[in-house]
Design a protein around this ligand. Structure first.
Ligand SMILES: [Zn+2]
Length: 294
């Protein structure tokens, strides 16, 4: 589909639901040289990716922002994450500036287990960060690392959501899977955690976590699409649980790093057949509530 055809398809999706706009909690914007490296990694199908992954929306930053707006996305994020120490504070400075100059972008921040983490997380919160990203798979760190304990505490206390890639897809990391992050939640039960990618492939276990903890949400990022269903299908028996968790599921796309068009991921939600109320909650209302965007 051309970009124009995608825009028309997404506009139809919104019109059918009576939604003026979408809120996409999982979009990637980062400094150019970092994004170039990420794209090179995807191009090479690096070991954390595990398969061929052509990037659909490889374009300049301005164009990518315009594309999202063209899809009717009123609110989005700049998910960025370090894969090594001494990088997070610099990323946070960039994303703060990016959010300031990009209307609709929620001020996003990140962290890594290192002694300075509580300091720069506090600083990001004071500067107005409203969402954080933790990449347990790429960062290959233990979320229960004592260096992170004060960080989770700060986020829980502030009530600021953190999107965590903590599931074992597309390739497991040393600390992925529901157990390590469940231990974090046991220590910080008020933490507002958004499990990225519906926790794939451990979908059921992450839905269990959402059952146990009121603050646990899941983002739909890439889940239910043809690309993911081929290798890590969502268990049909758990579909009814998606209806039960209707107020905890948030639309996320992984834009621009997706190997299919934006509209396909929305169509993948529609074909779950969970109804218009569910789609409205997931694609707009839940995130509007979480981020005070009503
Ligand atoms: Zn992502």
């Amino acid at each position: 589909m051309t970009t124009v055809a995608e825009e028309i398809r997404v506009a139809e999706f919104r019109r059918e639901l009576g939604l003026e706009s979408l809120i996409d909690v999982h979009t990637h914007f980062m400094p150019k040289r970092v994004l170039d490296k990420v794209w090179a990694y995807f191009d090479a199908a690096g070991p954390m990716i595990g398969r061929e992954w052509p990037i659909t929306y490889r374009a300049d930053e301005d164009e990518r922002v315009a594309l999202l707006r063209g899809f009717g996305v009123s609110t989005f994020t700049s998910m960025l994450y370090p894969h090594k120490p001494a990088m997070a504070a610099w990323l946070n400075a960039w994303s703060r500036e990016f959010a300031a100059r990009t209307s609709g972008c929620l001020h996003t921040a990140t962290f890594f287990p290192e002694p300075r983490a509580p300091g720069y997380v506090r600083e990001a919160l004071d500067a107005g960060a409203v969402i954080f990203k933790a990449h347990v798979q790429v960062g290959a760190y233990d979320p229960t690392d004592p260096l992170l304990d004060p960080v989770w505490g700060l986020l829980a206390e502030a009530g600021t959501p953190v999107v965590a890639h903590c599931g074992s897809g597309p390739v497991p990391g040393p600390y992925t899977g529901p157990e390590p992050i469940a231990r974090v939640l046991a220590r910080h039960p008020r933490l507002k955690l958004i499990v990225a990618h519906m926790g794939m492939p451990e979908y059921g276990a992450f839905l269990d976590l959402a059952d146990r903890h009121e603050g646990v949400h899941l983002d739909t990022t890439m889940a239910f699409t043809d690309f993911v269903e081929e290798f890590t299908p969502f268990p049909p028996a758990d579909r009814v649980r998606l209806a039960d968790a209707a107020d905890r599921i948030l639309w996320g796309s992984d834009f621009p790093n997706i190997p299919y068009g934006y509209a396909h991921a929305l169509d993948a939600l529609t074909r779950l057949d969970l109804g218009d109320d569910w789609l409205r909650a997931v694609c707009h209302d839940n995130a509007a509530r979480l981020f005070d965007r009503i």
